[in-house]
Design a protein around this ligand. Sequence first.
Ligand code: MLT
Length: 328
Amino acid sequence: MSKVLIAPAPLAGIDGRFLHVLKAAGFDICFPKRRAQLTENDLLEQLAGIDASLAGSEPYTRRVLDAHPQLKVIARAGVGYDAVDVEAATQHGVVVTITPNTNHDAVAEHTFMLMLALAKNLIDQHQGTVTGQWPRQANLPLRGRTLGIAGLGRIGKAVAIRGECFGMKLLSYEPFPDHEFARQHGVSFVSWETLLAESDYLSLHMPATAESRHIINRQSLAHMKPTAFLINTARGRLIHEGDLVEALMEKRLAGAGIDVFEQEPPGAHPLFQLPNVVVTPHAAGVDVQSRDDMAHSAAEAIVSLSRGEWPAEKIVNPEVQTCFQWKS
Ligand code: MLT
Protein backbone atom coordinates (compact mmCIF):
# COMPACT_ATOMS: atom_id res chain seq x y z
CA MET A 1 0.00 0.00 0.00
CA SER A 2 1.40 3.45 -0.94
CA LYS A 3 1.90 5.93 1.88
CA VAL A 4 1.20 9.65 1.83
CA LEU A 5 2.35 12.18 4.42
CA ILE A 6 -0.08 15.04 5.06
CA ALA A 7 2.53 17.63 6.07
CA PRO A 8 0.71 21.00 6.49
CA ALA A 9 -0.28 21.78 10.09
CA PRO A 10 -3.63 23.38 9.00
CA LEU A 11 -4.70 19.95 7.65
CA ALA A 12 -4.17 18.08 10.92
CA GLY A 13 -7.46 16.69 12.19
CA ILE A 14 -9.42 17.82 9.11
CA ASP A 15 -11.73 15.25 7.58
CA GLY A 16 -11.68 16.91 4.17
CA ARG A 17 -12.25 15.82 0.58
CA PHE A 18 -8.51 15.27 0.23
CA LEU A 19 -8.66 12.39 2.72
CA HIS A 20 -11.57 10.75 0.94
CA VAL A 21 -9.78 10.99 -2.42
CA LEU A 22 -6.61 9.45 -1.01
CA LYS A 23 -8.40 6.74 0.97
CA ALA A 24 -10.61 5.80 -1.99
CA ALA A 25 -7.42 5.34 -4.03
CA GLY A 26 -6.07 2.97 -1.36
CA PHE A 27 -3.45 5.23 0.22
CA ASP A 28 -2.21 4.75 3.75
CA ILE A 29 -2.46 8.22 5.36
CA CYS A 30 0.26 9.43 7.75
CA PHE A 31 0.27 12.67 9.75
CA PRO A 32 3.36 14.35 11.27
CA LYS A 33 4.14 13.60 14.90
CA ARG A 34 3.68 17.21 15.90
CA ARG A 35 1.29 19.85 14.62
CA ALA A 36 3.73 22.55 13.52
CA GLN A 37 5.65 23.77 10.52
CA LEU A 38 8.01 20.84 9.81
CA THR A 39 11.76 21.41 9.69
CA GLU A 40 14.35 19.69 7.51
CA ASN A 41 15.12 17.35 10.42
CA ASP A 42 11.43 16.52 10.84
CA LEU A 43 11.25 15.61 7.15
CA LEU A 44 14.41 13.51 7.33
CA GLU A 45 12.71 11.44 10.00
CA GLN A 46 9.09 11.49 8.92
CA LEU A 47 9.44 10.76 5.22
CA ALA A 48 10.70 7.25 6.00
CA GLY A 49 8.67 4.84 3.84
CA ILE A 50 6.57 7.68 2.38
CA ASP A 51 5.73 7.59 -1.34
CA ALA A 52 4.11 11.02 -1.68
CA SER A 53 4.04 14.15 0.42
CA LEU A 54 1.02 16.41 0.38
CA ALA A 55 3.27 19.34 1.17
CA GLY A 56 3.07 22.67 2.95
CA SER A 57 5.97 25.14 3.21
CA GLU A 58 8.46 22.74 4.82
CA PRO A 59 11.90 22.48 3.15
CA TYR A 60 12.41 19.64 0.65
CA THR A 61 16.16 20.13 0.41
CA ARG A 62 18.70 18.04 -1.47
CA ARG A 63 19.58 16.43 1.86
CA VAL A 64 15.96 15.37 2.36
CA LEU A 65 15.65 14.08 -1.20
CA ASP A 66 18.97 12.20 -1.02
CA ALA A 67 17.82 10.54 2.21
CA HIS A 68 14.48 9.36 0.75
CA PRO A 69 14.94 7.80 -2.69
CA GLN A 70 11.53 6.07 -2.32
CA LEU A 71 9.73 9.46 -2.48
CA LYS A 72 7.89 9.88 -5.79
CA VAL A 73 5.78 13.02 -5.50
CA ILE A 74 5.90 16.33 -3.64
CA ALA A 75 2.42 17.76 -4.13
CA ARG A 76 2.37 21.30 -2.75
CA ALA A 77 -0.92 22.54 -1.39
CA GLY A 78 -0.37 26.03 -2.78
CA VAL A 79 1.25 27.67 -5.76
CA GLY A 80 4.73 28.62 -4.50
CA TYR A 81 7.40 25.93 -4.70
CA ASP A 82 10.42 27.83 -3.43
CA ALA A 83 10.65 25.46 -0.44
CA VAL A 84 11.39 22.59 -2.80
CA ASP A 85 14.82 22.04 -4.36
CA VAL A 86 13.28 21.34 -7.76
CA GLU A 87 16.63 20.56 -9.37
CA ALA A 88 17.35 17.89 -6.76
CA ALA A 89 13.79 16.56 -7.04
CA THR A 90 14.14 16.27 -10.82
CA GLN A 91 17.47 14.48 -10.48
CA HIS A 92 15.80 12.02 -8.13
CA GLY A 93 12.86 11.51 -10.50
CA VAL A 94 10.45 13.11 -8.00
CA VAL A 95 7.48 14.94 -9.54
CA VAL A 96 6.74 18.34 -7.97
CA THR A 97 3.18 19.61 -8.33
CA ILE A 98 1.29 22.76 -7.29
CA THR A 99 -2.42 23.65 -7.08
CA PRO A 100 -3.15 26.50 -9.51
CA ASN A 101 -6.45 28.35 -9.09
CA THR A 102 -7.10 27.37 -5.48
CA ASN A 103 -5.93 30.21 -3.21
CA HIS A 104 -5.69 33.47 -5.18
CA ASP A 105 -8.95 34.85 -3.74
CA ALA A 106 -7.90 33.97 -0.19
CA VAL A 107 -4.59 35.80 -0.65
CA ALA A 108 -6.34 38.81 -2.17
CA GLU A 109 -8.80 39.02 0.74
CA HIS A 110 -5.94 38.79 3.24
CA THR A 111 -4.02 41.47 1.36
CA PHE A 112 -6.97 43.81 1.78
CA MET A 113 -7.31 42.86 5.44
CA LEU A 114 -3.70 43.99 6.02
CA MET A 115 -4.14 47.09 3.90
CA LEU A 116 -7.31 48.10 5.74
CA ALA A 117 -5.76 47.34 9.14
CA LEU A 118 -2.93 49.75 8.30
CA ALA A 119 -5.11 52.44 6.72
CA LYS A 120 -7.66 52.35 9.53
CA ASN A 121 -5.07 51.94 12.29
CA LEU A 122 -6.97 48.88 13.49
CA ILE A 123 -4.53 47.50 16.06
CA ASP A 124 -4.04 50.82 17.89
CA GLN A 125 -7.70 51.67 17.79
CA HIS A 126 -8.69 48.27 19.12
CA GLN A 127 -6.13 48.44 21.92
CA GLY A 128 -7.02 52.04 22.75
CA THR A 129 -10.73 51.27 22.83
CA VAL A 130 -10.52 48.17 25.03
CA THR A 131 -8.20 49.97 27.46
CA GLY A 132 -10.69 52.83 27.85
CA GLN A 133 -8.85 55.51 25.89
CA TRP A 134 -11.52 55.93 23.20
CA PRO A 135 -8.86 56.97 20.63
CA ARG A 136 -11.03 58.56 17.93
CA GLN A 137 -9.01 59.91 15.03
CA ALA A 138 -9.25 60.40 11.28
CA ASN A 139 -7.88 57.36 9.46
CA LEU A 140 -6.86 56.95 5.86
CA PRO A 141 -9.07 56.08 2.90
CA LEU A 142 -8.36 53.50 0.22
CA ARG A 143 -10.64 55.17 -2.32
CA GLY A 144 -8.84 57.50 -4.66
CA ARG A 145 -5.44 56.22 -3.48
CA THR A 146 -2.97 54.41 -5.72
CA LEU A 147 -2.60 50.67 -5.32
CA GLY A 148 0.63 49.38 -6.83
CA ILE A 149 0.51 45.68 -7.68
CA ALA A 150 3.92 44.11 -8.16
CA GLY A 151 3.14 41.04 -10.24
CA LEU A 152 -0.19 40.75 -12.08
CA GLY A 153 -0.58 36.99 -12.18
CA ARG A 154 -3.59 35.16 -10.77
CA ILE A 155 -3.18 36.62 -7.27
CA GLY A 156 -2.27 40.12 -8.46
CA LYS A 157 -5.39 40.11 -10.65
CA ALA A 158 -7.59 39.07 -7.71
CA VAL A 159 -6.11 42.01 -5.77
CA ALA A 160 -6.73 44.37 -8.71
CA ILE A 161 -10.40 43.35 -8.93
CA ARG A 162 -10.86 44.20 -5.23
CA GLY A 163 -8.90 47.44 -5.61
CA GLU A 164 -11.22 48.44 -8.44
CA CYS A 165 -14.23 47.88 -6.13
CA PHE A 166 -12.60 50.10 -3.50
CA GLY A 167 -12.26 52.89 -6.06
CA MET A 168 -8.47 52.82 -6.11
CA LYS A 169 -6.20 53.88 -8.95
CA LEU A 170 -4.47 50.70 -10.13
CA LEU A 171 -0.86 50.50 -11.30
CA SER A 172 1.08 47.33 -11.95
CA TYR A 173 4.58 46.22 -12.75
CA GLU A 174 4.40 42.91 -14.64
CA PRO A 175 6.95 41.52 -17.12
CA PHE A 176 4.26 39.50 -18.98
CA PRO A 177 1.31 41.93 -19.08
CA ASP A 178 -2.25 40.76 -19.78
CA HIS A 179 -3.46 43.85 -21.63
CA GLU A 180 -7.03 42.61 -21.97
CA PHE A 181 -7.39 42.17 -18.19
CA ALA A 182 -5.78 45.57 -17.63
CA ARG A 183 -8.19 47.24 -20.04
CA GLN A 184 -11.22 45.61 -18.39
CA HIS A 185 -10.20 46.57 -14.87
CA GLY A 186 -8.47 49.89 -15.38
CA VAL A 187 -4.94 48.77 -14.57
CA SER A 188 -2.01 50.76 -16.01
CA PHE A 189 1.31 49.02 -16.48
CA VAL A 190 4.29 51.06 -15.33
CA SER A 191 8.00 50.59 -14.74
CA TRP A 192 9.24 49.23 -11.41
CA GLU A 193 10.57 52.69 -10.46
CA THR A 194 7.23 54.37 -11.26
CA LEU A 195 5.37 51.74 -9.27
CA LEU A 196 7.58 52.39 -6.25
CA ALA A 197 7.31 56.17 -6.58
CA GLU A 198 3.55 56.43 -7.15
CA SER A 199 2.02 53.75 -4.92
CA ASP A 200 0.22 54.72 -1.72
CA TYR A 201 -0.18 50.99 -1.05
CA LEU A 202 2.35 48.69 -2.68
CA SER A 203 1.43 45.00 -2.65
CA LEU A 204 3.87 42.25 -3.66
CA HIS A 205 2.61 39.30 -5.72
CA MET A 206 5.74 37.99 -7.41
CA PRO A 207 7.24 34.53 -7.15
CA ALA A 208 10.42 34.16 -5.11
CA THR A 209 13.22 33.66 -7.64
CA ALA A 210 16.91 34.52 -7.75
CA GLU A 211 15.96 37.72 -9.62
CA SER A 212 13.24 38.85 -7.20
CA ARG A 213 15.26 38.17 -4.03
CA HIS A 214 15.42 41.39 -1.95
CA ILE A 215 13.71 43.38 -4.69
CA ILE A 216 12.55 45.56 -1.80
CA ASN A 217 15.79 46.91 -0.37
CA ARG A 218 17.31 50.22 0.72
CA GLN A 219 17.42 51.54 -2.88
CA SER A 220 13.86 50.58 -3.78
CA LEU A 221 12.52 51.82 -0.43
CA ALA A 222 14.20 55.17 -1.13
CA HIS A 223 11.94 55.56 -4.20
CA MET A 224 8.77 55.11 -2.15
CA LYS A 225 6.69 57.89 -0.58
CA PRO A 226 7.17 58.28 3.19
CA THR A 227 3.37 58.08 3.43
CA ALA A 228 3.19 54.72 1.61
CA PHE A 229 2.42 51.26 3.01
CA LEU A 230 4.05 48.03 1.88
CA ILE A 231 2.11 44.75 1.92
CA ASN A 232 3.76 41.35 1.46
CA THR A 233 1.62 38.23 1.20
CA ALA A 234 3.95 36.61 -1.36
CA ARG A 235 7.30 35.42 0.00
CA GLY A 236 9.58 36.78 2.74
CA ARG A 237 12.69 36.75 0.65
CA LEU A 238 11.34 39.45 -1.67
CA ILE A 239 12.18 41.94 1.10
CA HIS A 240 15.52 42.77 2.70
CA GLU A 241 14.02 42.79 6.18
CA GLY A 242 16.85 44.79 7.78
CA ASP A 243 16.37 47.58 5.22
CA LEU A 244 12.61 47.53 5.79
CA VAL A 245 13.00 47.80 9.58
CA GLU A 246 15.37 50.74 9.11
CA ALA A 247 12.98 52.54 6.72
CA LEU A 248 10.05 52.04 9.12
CA MET A 249 12.04 53.21 12.14
CA GLU A 250 13.25 56.31 10.30
CA LYS A 251 9.70 57.00 9.05
CA ARG A 252 10.78 56.79 5.42
CA LEU A 253 7.78 54.45 5.01
CA ALA A 254 4.44 54.79 6.83
CA GLY A 255 3.88 51.13 7.61
CA ALA A 256 3.98 47.51 6.52
CA GLY A 257 1.59 44.56 6.49
CA ILE A 258 3.65 41.40 6.50
CA ASP A 259 2.39 37.81 6.22
CA VAL A 260 5.62 36.12 5.12
CA PHE A 261 9.17 36.17 6.46
CA GLU A 262 12.62 35.14 5.28
CA GLN A 263 12.76 32.57 8.07
CA GLU A 264 9.50 30.93 9.10
CA PRO A 265 8.61 30.85 11.89
CA PRO A 266 10.57 34.09 12.38
CA GLY A 267 11.22 33.97 16.15
CA ALA A 268 11.57 37.35 17.92
CA HIS A 269 11.71 39.56 14.84
CA PRO A 270 12.70 43.29 15.01
CA LEU A 271 9.58 44.12 12.95
CA PHE A 272 7.47 43.01 15.93
CA GLN A 273 8.75 45.96 18.00
CA LEU A 274 7.43 48.56 15.56
CA PRO A 275 4.07 50.28 15.99
CA ASN A 276 3.42 50.77 12.26
CA VAL A 277 3.50 47.08 11.38
CA VAL A 278 0.74 44.46 11.20
CA VAL A 279 1.85 40.84 10.93
CA THR A 280 0.24 37.44 10.34
CA PRO A 281 1.78 33.92 10.26
CA HIS A 282 1.93 33.07 6.51
CA ALA A 283 -1.82 32.71 6.65
CA ALA A 284 -2.91 34.65 3.55
CA GLY A 285 -3.38 31.64 1.30
CA VAL A 286 -5.22 29.55 3.84
CA ASP A 287 -8.86 30.13 4.64
CA VAL A 288 -11.14 27.16 5.17
CA GLN A 289 -12.25 27.16 1.55
CA SER A 290 -8.83 27.55 -0.05
CA ARG A 291 -7.34 25.08 2.46
CA ASP A 292 -9.83 22.44 1.31
CA ASP A 293 -9.44 23.29 -2.37
CA MET A 294 -5.63 23.24 -2.20
CA ALA A 295 -5.54 19.94 -0.30
CA HIS A 296 -8.10 18.35 -2.62
CA SER A 297 -6.24 19.44 -5.74
CA ALA A 298 -2.91 18.18 -4.32
CA ALA A 299 -4.50 14.84 -3.35
CA GLU A 300 -5.91 14.48 -6.87
CA ALA A 301 -2.46 15.13 -8.34
CA ILE A 302 -0.99 12.35 -6.19
CA VAL A 303 -3.73 9.89 -7.11
CA SER A 304 -3.46 10.74 -10.84
CA LEU A 305 0.29 10.20 -10.80
CA SER A 306 -0.11 6.90 -8.93
CA ARG A 307 -2.43 5.74 -11.76
CA GLY A 308 0.02 6.62 -14.48
CA GLU A 309 -1.80 9.81 -15.49
CA TRP A 310 0.05 13.10 -16.00
CA PRO A 311 -1.78 16.20 -14.61
CA ALA A 312 0.34 18.52 -16.76
CA GLU A 313 -1.22 21.80 -15.59
CA LYS A 314 -0.02 21.13 -12.02
CA ILE A 315 3.46 19.84 -12.76
CA VAL A 316 6.43 22.09 -12.07
CA ASN A 317 9.19 19.82 -13.47
CA PRO A 318 7.75 18.19 -16.63
CA GLU A 319 11.22 17.00 -17.67
CA VAL A 320 10.90 14.25 -15.05
CA GLN A 321 8.18 12.50 -17.10
CA THR A 322 10.60 10.38 -19.12
CA CYS A 323 12.04 8.70 -16.00
CA PHE A 324 9.01 8.85 -13.67
CA GLN A 325 7.60 5.54 -12.48
CA TRP A 326 5.29 4.79 -9.59
CA LYS A 327 6.42 1.56 -7.96
CA SER A 328 5.55 0.97 -4.30
C1 MLT B 1 1.21 29.18 -1.65
O1 MLT B 1 2.33 28.78 -1.98
O2 MLT B 1 0.28 29.23 -2.47
C2 MLT B 1 0.92 29.51 -0.24
O3 MLT B 1 2.11 29.87 0.39
C3 MLT B 1 0.23 28.36 0.40
C4 MLT B 1 0.32 28.36 1.88
O4 MLT B 1 0.05 29.35 2.51
O5 MLT B 1 0.67 27.31 2.45
